[in-house]
Design a protein around this ligand. Structure first.
Ligand SMILES: C[C@](O)(CO)[C@H](O)COP(=O)(O)OP(=O)(O)OC[C@H]1O[C@@H](n2ccc(N)nc2=O)[C@H](O)[C@@H]1O
Ligand SMILES: Nc1ncnc2c1ncn2[C@@H]1O[C@H](COP(=O)(O)OP(=O)(O)OP(=O)(O)O)[C@@H](O)[C@H]1O
Length: 306
C-alpha cells in the first residue's frame, strides 16, 4: 500500500492570542503543492521505519528519526489502537519535502501512514474508519496533519485543524528556496510571542483576508502575491536572519509575491506562469541564497493511494 502526500505552503497565517493549552488560535490558509513524499506500508512483525531521499532531492533524511517517535510510526500505532489490531507494519518513507522546513513534511508522512495503515488493516468490504475518522486521528497527531489528508486549498481555524475548503480557480506556480538546517516550530511560535510582548503589541483575533479569498476565487496570481501574509515571518527572520536576503533576492528577480513558508526556513515565491517559475528558479539557483531551489504548482489533492 503506497500513499503519495503533498507539502503545504501557508497563504495566510494569522496568529491569534495564546490559549490555555499552549497553542495559538489561527486563521491558517493552507495550499497543497506538488512536492510529494511517499509512504509504503507492508505487513511486518512490529512497527519498522526506513527513510530515504526521493531521487534527485537533497532532503536531509539523516535528521528524520527512524524509531517510534517518527510521526508516521505514531500514526500507525494510533490506527492499530483504534482498530484493535497489532501495530505490525513496515513503513518506507521516500522524502522530497524538506525536513523541519515549514512545509509540513512530518505531518504529511503521518497523514500518509494513517491512510495506508487504515486501508491495510481495515475490512475491505466495509471500512470502519471513514475520512472524518482519519481527520480526527490526524488532529491528535498534529495541527497540520488533517490538511495533509484533505489537500487542495483550505481555511484552517482553531489550531489549524478545523478545515473548510476554499474556492479557487486555476493553477498557481511556485518556487521554493530551501535552507540548510531546519527551524523548530515551537521555537518560532515562542519567538513570535516574545517579539509581540517586547513591542507591547495587542494581539488581535485573526480574520480571514477577503483580498486573499477573492484572489483565489478569481485565479488572480498578482492579487494573490500581494495578499500573502505570515505572522510567523518576523520570528523566523529573527531566528534566521539570512532569510531576509533570500526573500528580497526573490522579489528583485521578479517574483510576484514572497514569504516564509509556515514556521520556515523554506521561502516561497509566487510566479505568474509556469515559464516565469522556470526563469525565476534558474535565476534564484544562480545567486546562492538557497540550499536548493524547487518548483511546484498548486493546488493538488491530499494523501492519495497510488
Ligand atoms: C506553523 C504551522 O506549520 C502552520 O501550518 C503549524 O501551525 C504548526 O503545525 P504542527 O507542526 O502540526 O504543530 P503541532 O505539532 O500541532 O504543534 C507543535 C507546537 O507548535 C506550536 N503551535 C502549533 C499550532 C498552533 N496553532 N499554535 C501553536 O502554538 C505549539 O508550541 C506546539 O507545541
Ligand atoms: N516522518 C517525519 N519526517 C520529518 N520529520 C519528522 C518525521 N517524524 C518526526 N519528525 C521530526 O519532526 C521534526 C519536524 O519535522 P517536519 O519536517 O514535520 O517540520 P516542518 O515541515 O517544519 O513542520 P510544520 O510545517 O508542520 O511546522 C523534525 O525535526 C524531526 O525530528
Amino acid at each position: 500500500m503506497t500513499v503519495r502526500v503533498p507539502a503545504k505552503v501557508n497563504l495566510q497565517l494569522s496568529v491569534g492570542p495564546i490559549r490555555d493549552d499552549g497553542y495559538h488560535d489561527l486563521v491558517n490558509v493552507f495550499h497543497a503543492v506538488s512536492l510529494f513524499d511517499e509512504v509504503t506500508a507492508e505487513p511486518s512483525t512490529g512497527v519498522e521505519v526506513a527513510v530515504e531521499a526521493a531521487p534527485g532531492s537533497e532532503v536531509a533524511v539523516e535528521d528524520v528519526p527512524t524509531d517510534g517517535s517518527n510521526l508516521a510510526a505514531r500514526a500507525a500505532r494510533l490506527v492499530a489502537t483504534r482498530l484493535g489490531v497489532e501495530p505490525a507494519v513496515s513503513l518506507r518513507i521516500r522524502k522530497a519535502i524538506p525536513v523541519a522546513g515549514g512545509m509540513a513534511g512530518g505531518s504529511a508522512d503521518a497523514a500518509a501512514a494513517l491512510l495506508a495503515c487504515a486501508r491495510l488493516w481495515d475490512s475491505a468490504d466495509e471500512p470502519v474508519l471513514s475520512k472524518d475518522d482519519l481527520l480526527e486521528l490526524g488532529a491528535e497527531l498534529g495541527s497540520d496533519v488533517p490538511f495533509a489528508l484533505l489537500g487542495g486549498t483550505a481555511i484552517g481555524l482553531g489550531r489549524g485543524e478545523r478545515l473548510t475548503p476554499a474556492l479557487t480557480r486555476g493553477v498557481f506556480h511556485w518556487v521554493f528556496a530551501t535552507a540548510d538546517g531546519g527551524l523548530s516550530t515551537p521555537a518560532v511560535y515562542a519567538e513570535c510571542d516574545r517579539l509581540r510582548e517586547a513591542h507591547g503589541e495587542k494581539v488581535a483575533w485573526p480574520e480571514v483576508s477577503e483580498e486573499l479569498m477573492t484572489a483565489l476565487a478569481t485565479g488572480d496570481s498578482k492579487a494573490l502575491g500581494a495578499a500573502l501574509h505570515n505572522d510567523l515571518q518576523p520570528a523566523a527572520l529573527m531566528l534566521r536572519s539570512p532569510l531576509r536576503r533570500t526573500l528580497t533576492t526573490g522579489m528583485d528577480l521578479g517574483a510576484i509575491g514572497a514569504l516564509v513558508s509556515g514556521s520556515g526556513p523554506t521561502c516561497a515565491f509566487l510566479a505568474d506562469s509556469e515559464e516565469h517559475a522556470a526563469e525565476l528558479a534558474a535565476a534564484l539557483s544562480g545567486v546562492g541564497v538557497a540550499k536548493s531551489v524547487v518548483r511546484a504548482s498548486g493546488a493538488v489533492p491530499g494523501a492519495t493511494i497510488i
